[in-house]
Design a protein around this ligand. Structure first.
Ligand SMILES: NC(=O)c1ccc[n+]([C@@H]2O[C@H](COP(=O)([O-])OP(=O)(O)OC[C@H]3O[C@@H](n4cnc5c(N)ncnc54)[C@H](O)[C@@H]3O)[C@@H](O)[C@H]2O)c1
Length: 353
């Protein structure tokens, strides 16, 4: 069975979220997308908490339909306080328990897969969200966390980079990325409707490029792509000019931000979660990987492949002032340190293309 997270990372998140995990203790959390990259980290975190808190565990009901995840048999089933349901959240969901918190992390997040499954991408973010919000109306919910995306900002006007939550976006409704961007936007609208009309305590997170151990080699987002090429001894492929920028947030900082938002975030509020420093071009990213690994990595600049949706945002960098002020969120892991942790894991577990 592949290790899909680092125990040291889980210990780090436990330390950073102690008061929030105490607030979740003794409650039931329903989480969709439980077998995805981020869902796996949440699951491991709650299981680690439960090992030390057997009397008041966080009881997790994990839901996934495995459309893009590892296979169900690749996951441990005997985690303390946890059970899994195979279910497509586009269909209504029933569970016998009274649920206290909901996390809607199911989604199709990689451009490769949302091009392959455009309708499922749109439906999980919208119909999936609506089903969970309808479900939530019948439970005395303390928090509903909706996973939106930084992609809702589209290709931001450079005047609005770093991008605050108040920026309204520059998104094409019929472009090749619309199934993802527009459905996440509509998912946010659904959250606001259920918050205003039914009092569901919805909190929205907009993650900015999260990475870390556990990302599948066939995820096809930039860092798994790079790690797979390094493993196979091939040069890194950089699409286009390589000058498009991103920021990268290591998974321990991201999960810390998500847990803080779930517990402390204001109902009806949206929060950017990411690491604004440094904003790097793809060429800079390749250079930082070279430094993190301590050896030169060759680069190949190529045309965008057909499988990659056009209209790539030119810049992406969060303004995290709101999360810092309201939640005390402050990313700790530098890009070089995070890349070292991810690459060590990936070069051990990936097979190479
Ligand atoms: N990781 C990031 O950098 C990032 C950035 C922005 C937004 N997000 C959002 O965060 C969430 C989690 O991201 P991730 O990186 O863990 O993605 P992931 O692809 O690793 O995991 C998503 C999981 O959702 C499951 N899923 C998809 N459709 C489903 C359905 N209809 N019913 C049940 N399960 C379904 C998939 O099988 C997968 O296990 C997603 O909603 C994604 O859009 C992630």
């Amino acid at each position: 069975m592949t290790a899909t997270y680092l125990d040291s990372d889980i210990q780090e998140i436990l330390r950073q979220t102690e008061p929030e995990l105490k607030a979740l203790s003794g409650h039931v959390v329903l989480m969709t997308g439980a077998h995805g990259f981020l869902g796996t980290y949440f699951t491991a975190l709650f299981a680690a908490f439960n090992r030390e808190n057997r009397k008041q565990p966080i009881r997790l009901i994990g839901v996934d339909n495995h459309i893009t995840s590892r296979r169900p048999e690749d996951f441990k089933t005997d985690l303390p306080g946890t059970r899994f349901i195979e279910h497509d959240v586009i269909q209504p969901l029933q569970v016998p328990e009274t649920v206290d918190y909901c996390i809607h992390a199911a989604g199709i997040a990689s451009p490769y897969y949302y091009r392959k499954y455009p309708l499922q991408t749109l439906e999980v973010a919208t119909l999936g969200a609506k089903n969970l919000l309808l479900f939530s109306r019948n439970h005395p919910l303390k928090g509903f966390l909706y996973f939106s995306s930084s992609e809702i900002y589209g290709d931001p006007d450079p005047k609005h980079v770093p991008t605050p939550e108040s920026y309204r976006g520059n998104v094409a409704s019929i472009g090749p990325r619309a199934c993802y961007d527009e459905s996440k936007r509509l998912g946010e609208t659904l959250c606001m409707i259920f918050h205003e009309q039914d009092g569901v305590p919805t909190k929205i997170v907009r993650p900015f490029n999260i990475y870390g151990p556990g990302m599948k080699e066939t995820d096809y987002r930039v860092l798994p792509n790079f790690a797979s090429r390094i493993k196979s001894g091939k040069p890194l492929r950089i699409y286009g000019t390589g000058r498009q920028t991103r920021t990268f947030c290591y998974v321990t900082d991201a999960i810390t931000g998500f847990i803080k938002t779930l517990v402390q975030g204001g109902p009806g509020q949206a929060y950017n979660i990411g690491n604004p420093k440094p904003e790097v071009s793809m060429l800079d990213l390749a250079q930082t990987i070279t430094e993190a690994l301590g050896r030169p990595i060759p680069i190949d600049q190529v045309e965008y492949p057909d499988s990659y949706p056009a209209d790539e945002p030119q810049r992406r960098c969060p303004d995290i002032g709101k999360a810092t002020l309201q939640l005390g969120y402050a990313p700790q892991v530098s890009l070089k340190d995070g890349l070292r942790r991810f690459m060590d894991w990936a070069l051990t577990h990936y097979r190479g293309e």
